[in-house]
Write a protein that binds this ligand. Structure first.
Ligand SMILES: Nc1ncnc2c1ncn2[C@@H]1O[C@H](COP(=O)(O)OP(=O)(O)OP(=O)(O)O)[C@@H](O)[C@H]1O
Length: 653
C-alpha cells in the first residue's frame, strides 16, 4: 500500500488547492476569471474613475475619441467611456443573476426528471420540450412586452424563464446515465433519502455540466439583453451595454461615422462572452477531484479489537424456501432460480458456486429484494431472522437493508462515488440509519478500516487515489458498517489479481469470525470456496443440485456436475496442472427440461430416468447427522442402490 503524504493546509493553501487554485492553474480559466474580475472592478469603481454622469448629456454631441473623452460622446452628448464603465455593472448583474436563476431551474427540473422518472419525469420532460421548441427570441419579446416597465429585474426574470430548458435537457440525460451507475444503486440500497442521493451523490458528479450551463446561460443572458435592448424592448432608460447599442442604432451612429459608439459596447459584450467561454474550460478540472489536492492524510489511530462471540444458535439466520425468480423478457420468462431452498446459519460462511449464468446472482438478489425489473420473484419466501423479506414494504425494507443485511456486488468498487471523499461515503450508510454523532461516525469508520486492513489515513482520500483492492476493501468496510447479521458477497474479488483476492478473502473470513456475521459468498471458483466456506451449495441451471460441508464437497462430492466442477479447477495443493472445462453448455433457462438439467452433459446419466423426471433431493447423513443433500438419481435408492457411497447412509428422500 502506498501511503498518502500528510499535508496540513493553511487557509491560503486551501484556497490554492481548492477551486480557486484550479482556476489559477488553468491559463484559459485564469484569463476568463481575470477579464470578468477586471470588468467588475471597473464597473464598481466607475464613480472614482470617471466624474461624469453616464445618463446626462452635458457635452457636445458626436465628439471624436480624444483626451477629454477617451471614447468620444454620443449623439446626446454623454461620455461613452463613462457609459461603458457603468454599463459593465448592469450587464454583469444581468448575466450572473439570469445565469444563476436559469441554472437553478434547469438543474432542479433536469435532476428531478431523471431521478423520479415515471409520470413525474414525463411531465417535466414535456414542459422542457415545449419550452425548447418555442423560438427563443420571439418568446423573449412576447414575455418582455408583458413585463415592460418592470425594470432590470423584469429583464432578468424574462431571460431566466426562457434560458433554462437546454440546461435541464442536458442535465436530465446525464443524470439518467448517472442514475444507473452502481454507486447510485448502492446509495438507494443503503436507504439514503432521494434528496440526499440527488444532492450528495448525483450533484457533485454533475458539477461540470451545471457550471457549463451557468456560463452558457450567463452568456445567453448578456446577448439576449443586448438583443432586447437593441430592438427597444429592454429598459432603455438604464445604461447597459445592450442599451448603449440601442441608442447607437437609434441615432444612426454608423451613418454619422461614430463607429466607436457601436464598437465599445459591442467589444465589451464579445469580451465578456469570451471570458465566460474561457472559464468553462476550467470547470472540468474543478469538478474533477483528481486535480484537487485536498484529499490528504491524517494520523493513524491504534488498532481496537471488535471481537464478538459467534452465535451458536442452530436456527437459520436466512431461510430461503422454494424460491422461484427470474426475468420477464419479451420472449417469455427466464426462470433463473428454480424452486431453491437454502438455509444459512448464524455465523456461517456459505459458498454458492456454479458456472456462469446458472443463477447465483439472481438467487442472492431475489432473496434480498434487490432484483430490479425485468427481474421478478415468481414464488417462495426468504426469511431473515424469521421476517419474510419478500413481503416487506419499501420503507420496512429500507430500515432492514444494510442494518440487518448488506451486499457487496461484483466489481463493487464502482459503487464509490468518484467525486466524494471516502470518509463521507463510509459515513453515508451509517447516517442513513440514524448514526449522526460525528465522533461515533469517525471512530467507527477508523475501526472498520483497520478491520479490513486499510490504514485509516485513506478515509481522506478520493476513490481514484486507491488501488482496486483497496476500493474493494472500502466497500466491504461499508457493508460491515452497521454490523449486519448477514453479508451477501457476489464475486467481490473477481476483478482483482489472485494475490490480492486471497488476501481480501482471508480478511473477510477473519472479520466474519470476529464479528460473528454470516456470509453468502458467490463465485464460480469452487477451489476458492472449499478453502473459505463452512458449507457449499452448488447451483446448476437455476437449481441447487448439491449442498454439503466444504470438506465433504472437496473429498466426497456426489453430483456428477460437482465432481466435474471440482476437476475443472486446479487442486488446492500440489502440482499445478492445466484443467479443462465441462464439455457442453447448460440448458436455456427460458425453457423447462423434463428431467435432470445436467443430463446432456452428464457422462454417467441413466437414459429413460434422468431425462424423463426431475431427480428429488436425497439427504445423506453421516454419524446420524444429515450432512449432504444431492439432487441426483445416482444416489436415489429407488433407482440405483448399488451406487451408494459406502460411508453414507440414506437419511431421507
Ligand atoms: N436482465 C436479464 N434479462 C434476462 N435474462 C437475464 C437477465 N439477467 C440475467 N439473466 C439470465 O439469468 C440467468 C442467471 O443469471 P445470473 O447472473 O444470476 O447467473 P450467475 O450464476 O450469477 O452468473 P455469473 O457468474 O456470470 O454472474 C442467466 O442465464 C442470464 O442470462
Amino acid at each position: 500500500m502506498t501511503a498518502i503524504p500528510i499535508v496540513r493546509l493553511t487557509p491560503l493553501a486551501w484556497l490554492r488547492a481548492g477551486p480557486l487554485g484550479v482556476i489559477w492553474r488553468s491559463p484559459r480559466a485564469t484569463t476568463g476569471a481575470t477579464i470578468i474580475l477586471v470588468m467588475l472592478v471597473l464597473g464598481l469603481l466607475a464613480p472614482l474613475i470617471s466624474s461624469y454622469d453616464p445618463s446626462r448629456g452635458t457635452f457636445d454631441p458626436w465628439i471624436k475619441p480624444g483626451v477629454g473623452h477617451l471614447l468620444g460622446t454620443t449623439a446626446l452628448g454623454q461620455d461613452i467611456f463613462t457609459q461603458l464603465l457603468y454599463g459593465a455593472r448592469l450587464t454583469l448583474l444581468i448575466g450572473v443573476a439570469s445565469g444563476v436563476i436559469s441554472t437553478a431551474i434547469g438543474t432542479a427540473l433536469g435532476l428531478s426528471a431523471a431521478y423520479y422518472g415515471g409520470r413525474t419525469g414525463e411531465v417535466i420532460n414535456t414542459i422542457t420540450n415545449v419550452f425548447l421548441v418555442l423560438p427563443g427570441l420571439p418568446l423573449l419579446i412576447i414575455v418582455s412586452a408583458f413585463l415592460r416597465g418592470g425594470g432590470i429585474w423584469a429583464i432578468i426574470l424574462v431571460i431566466s424563464l426562457t434560458g433554462w430548458p437546454w440546461g435541464a435537457r442536458v442535465l436530465r440525460s446525464q443524470a439518467l446515465t448517472l442514475r444507473n451507475r452502481d454507486f447510485i444503486h448502492a446509495a438507494v440500497s443503503t436507504g439514503e433519502s432521494p434528496a440526499r442521493i440527488i444532492f450528495k451523490e448525483m450533484l457533485p458528479n454533475l458539477a461540470g455540466i451545471i457550471a457549463a450551463n451557468f456560463f452558457g446561460t450567463a452568456l445567453y443572458a448578456v446577448l439576449s439583453e443586448a438583443a432586447l435592448s437593441f430592438i427597444g424592448i429592454g429598459d432603455v432608460s438604464k445604461v447597459t451595454w445592450g442599451t448603449m447599442l440601442y441608442w447607437a442604432q437609434a441615432k444612426n451612429a454608423l451613418l454619422q461615422g461614430a463607429w466607436w459608439w457601436v464598437a465599445a459596447p459591442g467589444l465589451g459584450i464579445s469580451i465578456l462572452g469570451m471570458a465566460f467561454a474561457f472559464l468553462n474550460f476550467g470547470v472540468d478540472e474543478i469538478s474533477n477531484p483528481k486535480s484537487n489536492q485536498l484529499g490528504k492524510a491524517t494520523k493513524v489511530l491504534r488498532r481496537k479489537s471488535v471481537a464478538k462471540v459467534v452465535d451458536a444458535s442452530t436456527l437459520p439466520l436466512l431461510s430461503i424456501q422454494h424460491l422461484d425468480a427470474g426475468y420477464l423478457t419479451p420472449s417469455g420468462p427466464v426462470r433463473a432460480v428454480r424452486d431453491v431452498s437454502l438455509d444459512v446459519a448464524p455465523g456461517e460462511f456459505l459458498g454458492l458456486a456454479g458456472e456462469s449464468g446458472c443463477g447465483k446472482s439472481t438467487l442472492a438478489f431475489a432473496a434480498t429484494r434487490l432484483l430490479d425489473a425485468p427481474g421478478a420473484v415468481f414464488g417462495g419466501e426468504a426469511r431473515l431472522s424469521g421476517q419474510d423479506l419478500l413481503s416487506l414494504t419499501p420503507e420496512e425494507l429500507r430500515r432492514v437493508r444494510w442494518k440487518e443485511y448488506s451486499l457487496v456486488f461484483q466489481a463493487s468498487m464502482n459503487i464509490l462515488n468518484p467525486v466524494i471523499k471516502i470518509r463521507e461515503q463510509v459515513y453515508d450508510a451509517m447516517q442513513a440509519h440514524g448514526v449522526h454523532d460525528k465522533a461515533k461516525l469517525e471512530a467507527r469508520a477508523r475501526e472498520l478500516f483497520e478491520l479490513v486492513g486499510i490504514r485509516p489515513d485513506y478515509l481522506d482520500a478520493f476513490p481514484h487515489q486507491l488501488s482496486g483492492g483497496m476500493k474493494q476493501r472500502v466497500v466491504i468496510a461499508i457493508a460491515l458498517a452497521l454490523e449486519p447479521k448477514l453479508v451477501v458477497m457476489d464475486e467481490p474479488t473477481t476483478a482483482l489479481d489472485v494475490v490480492v483476492q486471497r488476501q481480501i478473502l482471508q480478511e473477510i473470513n477473519e472479520v466474519r469470525r470476529r464479528l460473528g456475521i454470516s456470509i453468502i459468498f458467490i463465485t464460480h471458483d469452487l477451489s476458492l470456496l472449499v478453502e473459505m466456506s463452512d458449507r457449499i451449495a452448488i447451483m446448476y441451471a437455476g437449481e441447487v443440485v448439491e449442498e454439503a460441508p466444504a470438506q465433504e464437497i472437496y473429498t466426497a462430492a456426489k453430483h456428477p456436475y460437482t465432481q466435474r466442477l471440482m476437476t475443472a479447477f486446479p487442486p488446492l495443493s500440489g502440482q499445478r496442472e492445466r484443467r479443462g472445462g465441462i464439455p457442453g453448455r447448460p440448458p436455456s433457462l427460458a425453457q423447462d427440461t423434463p428431467g435432470c438439467p445436467f443430463y446432456e452433459r452428464c457422462t454417467v446419466h441413466i437414459p429413460g430416468t434422468c431425462d424423463v423426471k426431475k431427480p428429488a433431493n436425497v439427504n445423506l447423513s453421516k454419524e446420524g447427522e444429515p450432512v449432504h443433500r444431492v439432487a441426483c438419481f445416482l444416489h436415489s435408492p429407488a433407482i440405483k442402490p448399488a451406487m451408494y457411497d459406502e460411508e453414507h447412509a440414506l437419511a431421507s428422500d
